[in-house]
Design a protein around this ligand. Structure first.
Ligand SMILES: Nc1nc2c(ncn2[C@@H]2O[C@H](COP(=O)(O)OP(=O)(O)OP(=O)(O)O)[C@@H](O)[C@H]2O)c(=O)[nH]1
Ligand SMILES: [Mg+2]
Length: 366
């Protein structure tokens, strides 16, 4: 799973990327116009259930769920409300479409040494500018698709009439939503429709967490509402980055001194994980205890596929019990005695906290 960090120039994207990934990429660097860069880093998702499972099974290895964060530079279009209606550049759009969701960093800090290109700090305006860009790009993509569908109709080169009609209706519905400034994540779609648009990677269909990057004083008002279907948090980006870069003992001292309870970045990692519709399941054994990530609502074979494609393709059944039952009954033998150990088939919807063992038939050797 990969989350793209986007936002206007100098909003604090790299600062927050550094905080989340405990990295030290240069911030505030002179931007080279037209230069396009993506930095990525893998971040373990803090999860005390993994710690407890590890204490029980004493595996050789313990592995947390991971989320990739990508610091995407180059979101220039519309940065100052310029009426550029051509959408994102090809390379930028390509990057954005590969993301599973976005952290949208919005500047809400005052800093006289970092002038804002629009002359003032205004989170509501900046949020709207980027939301508008994302909507515009989807609108362009949907219009192109509708044009192609129309052309195919005129040329009479339709392979599947039913599908053609379905696509026409679907993309018209998407276009209407976008034209009314509604991000596509708010549009209700049937499973069949989901399947059709899956390959189109529309940007406003992807989950989004807005991160207001506030200064020490939290003096800049931020909008109470963000785009429908998105959520927002406040984070002191610069402080969090500095704390993340300190040796843990020093960070602890600092936090005590200033009465900081918990690192904001742990919260953001966790919230982004939840908001992006992700959940964890576990595999346990003496070799390793490991958390894996799926979207909520994933079927057992889909979850198996996170571990290995062979497990999805050869999926027979999943042995399932829940983390909560393990804690309640104290052991696998005990929960089996209570009938809480189940065999589930391919239609089973995996729940957050499930502990799985996949039975599968290995693929025939080629
Ligand atoms: N005072 C203050 N300054 C900040 C904060 N966050 C970022 N800055 C400063 O703002 C400048 C830009 O921060 P970056 O993290 O490089 O912003 P960016 O969005 O990655 O910028 P580009 O990649 O160039 O678009 C740097 O000089 C930071 O030190 C903050 O919370 N408070
Ligand atoms: Mg940057």
């Amino acid at each position: 799973m990969k989350l793209g960090i986007l936002g206007l120039p100098q909003a604090g994207k790299t600062t927050i990327f550094n905080a989340l990934t405990r990295g030290d990429k240069p911030v505030g660097g002179a931007r080279q116009v037209g230069r396009f860069e993506v930095q990525t880093a893998v971040v373990p998702v803090p999860d005390e259930r993994v710690d407890k499972l590890s204490a029980i099974f004493k595996p050789r290895k313990t592995i947390y769920a991971r989320v990739d964060y990508a610091d995407i530079a180059g979101l220039e279009a519309g940065a100052d409300g310029a009426a550029d209606k051509s959408g994102f550049s090809g390379p930028l759009l390509n990057q954005l479409t590969t993301m599973d969701g976005f952290l949208h960093v919005v500047r809400a800090f005052e800093n006289p040494t970092v002038p804002h290109s629009a002359g003032s700090v205004n989170p509501a305006r900046d949020l709207g500018a980027v939301d508008g860009e994302l909507l515009l790009n989807d609108l362009l993509a949907v219009e192109r698709k509708l044009e192609r569908l129309g052309e195919d109709g005129r040329k009479g080169i339709i392979k599947d009439k039913g599908m053609h009609a379905q696509e026409l209706a679907l993309f018209t519905k998407l276009k209407d939503a976008l034209a009314a400034d509604q991000p596509l994540r708010t549009v209700e779609l049937s499973a069949a429709e989901e399947k059709i648009i899956a390959s189109h990677q529309l940007l406003t269909r992807k989950p989004m967490l807005v991160v207001f990057n506030i200064g020490d004083e939290d003096s800049v008002p931020v909008p109470a509402q963000v785009a429908p279907g998105a959520q927002a948090v406040k984070l002191q980006g610069k402080l969090e980055m500095e704390l993340a870069q300190l040796p843990p003992a020093d960070a602890q001292l600092f936090m005590q001194e200033y009465g900081i309870q918990e690192l904001g970045l742990n919260r953001v990692i966790q919230i982004s994980y939840d908001l992006l519709g992700l959940q964890s399941f576990f595999t346990v054994g003496e070799d390793e205890v490991r958390a894996w990530t799926t979207r909520r609502g994933a079927s057992a074979p889909e979850a198996a596929g996170e571990i290995h494609t062979d497990l999805r393709e050869g999926f027979i059944r999943a042995e399932v019990y829940s983390y909560a039952d393990l804690m309640e009954f104290g052991g696998v033998t005990e929960l089996k005695a209570k009938g809480r150990f189940r065999l589930e088939g391919k239609d089973y919807t995996v729940q957050d906290g499930d502990i799985l063992n996949i039975r599968f038939s290995p693929p025939a050797k080629k």
